[in-house]
Design a protein around this ligand. Structure first.
Ligand code: AMP
Ligand code: MG
Length: 331
């Protein structure tokens, strides 16, 4: 059931009173709090169990509000906002004093984006202030792509009235925004998403650096989504090629959940989740699949390695980024 004007009005009141509101976006659900209020922001870190050094993305209703969040708003930021907002692109710029340091993990920069969801745009516009919005899940685990996923994550807090959930349906994009830093010497992709480096480079008219690999805790971290284990189900998960699937399943000492591309002759497993073969469809279904697999009482999740080339290579790249973290050993 999608929320209406009354729920939006209630959510605005809640945010003004420094409360928390989980909100829908086109990527994943966020756990929202007034970005200019240090206490409210700290509560978000506490509820998620998120390390202090992991900065939050500030969500705005448009470029004008973004300029208030930033100490300086470079020409490149304007170009990217004009091309991709509202949409799944986050830009990192110098942080304005109005945004408390806690938002940015103590660092001098801030990540900003304007999400493409009518409910959330109405929410931020009516509030008249930016909101922080990390994914509405416990730190390190699978991001929520529906209101019911958020309810699973924060059942007690919702029951206590501490967290309100705005239901905006299932998320279209399904994986987190692309993060591009404009405070580095060259524009740098810190986290891949459905908006690819080549599209960004085309808009900026210059090359964009893609940082590969992951990093471990260092304070403040340049990008927490780059931790080796993140976006991970609670059940152990591994990646395997199609021809290795039967062996991976039979070698397990208990029930297996299989996440594989839809098609004939899939091996049998305790639970089989078939994924769309197109990159957009795959991305939007990925976290729901991981949650379903996690809930299936399997002892192991086997994920078929999806393709990586073709016209949607950049989206597959973002998907592989999430899959490698979902299957990384926790450390
Ligand atoms: P999440 O909200 O859980 O999707 O994670 C926030 C993401 O935003 C991280 O993965 C970072 O890549 C990025 N981020 C937020 N703030 C900053 C910042 N000040 N500098 C660099 N990256 C940031
Ligand atoms: Mg997250």
């Amino acid at each position: 059931m999608s929320a209406g004007p009354e729920e939006i009005a209630a959510a605005v009141v809640r945010l003004r009173e420094r409360g928390l509101v989980a909100f829908p976006t086109e990527t994943v659900y966020g756990l929202g709090a007034l970005a200019i209020d240090e206490r409210a922001v700290r509560r978000v870190f506490e509820l998620k169990g998120r390390p202090d050094a992991n900065p939050l993305i500030v969500h705005v209703s448009g470029e004008e509000m973004a300029r208030r969040v930033a100490a300086a708003w470079p020409e490149d930021a304007s170009r990217l906002a004009a091309a991709f907002w509202p949409g799944p692109l986050t830009v990192v710029v110098d942080r304005a004093d109005a945004i408390p340091a806690v938002v940015a993990g103590g660092g001098p920069s801030v990540a900003v984006r304007c999400p493409s969801h009518p409910l959330t745009l109405a929410l931020i516009e009516t509030l008249g202030e930016p909101i922080v919005g990390p994914s509405a899940n416990r730190s390190g685990f699978v991001s929520p792509t529906s209101a019911s996923h958020v309810e699973e994550e924060f059942r007690d807090e919702i029951a206590r009235g501490e967290v309100m959930v705005l239901d905006g349906g299932a998320c279209r994009a399904g994986i987190e925004s692309t993060v591009v830093s404009l405070v580095t010497p060259e524009p740098t992709i810190l986290r891949p998403g459905v908006i690819g480096a080549s599209e960004i480079a085309r808009v900026l008219g210059r090359p964009v650096v893609e940082r590969a690999g992951s990093e471990h805790a260092a304070a403040p971290m340049s990008s927490p989504g780059r931790m080796a284990s993140h976006y991970a189900p609670r059940t152990r998960a591994i990646l395997a090629d199609r021809r290795e699937l039967p062996r991976a399943i039979t070698a397990a000492e208990g029930p297996v959940a299989l996440i594989a591309l839809a098609g004939p002759a899939l091996p049998a497993a305790h639970r089989v989740i078939q994924m769309p073969a197109d990159a957009i469809g795959y991305a939007s279904s990925l976290y729901r699949a991981l949650r379903d697999a996690d809930a299936s009482h399997a002892i192991l999740i086997v994920i078929e390695k999806p393709p990586s080339g073709g016209p949607d290579a950049e989206i597959w790249r973002a998907i592989h980024d999430r899959l490698s973290r979902a299957t990384a050993p926790r450390g």
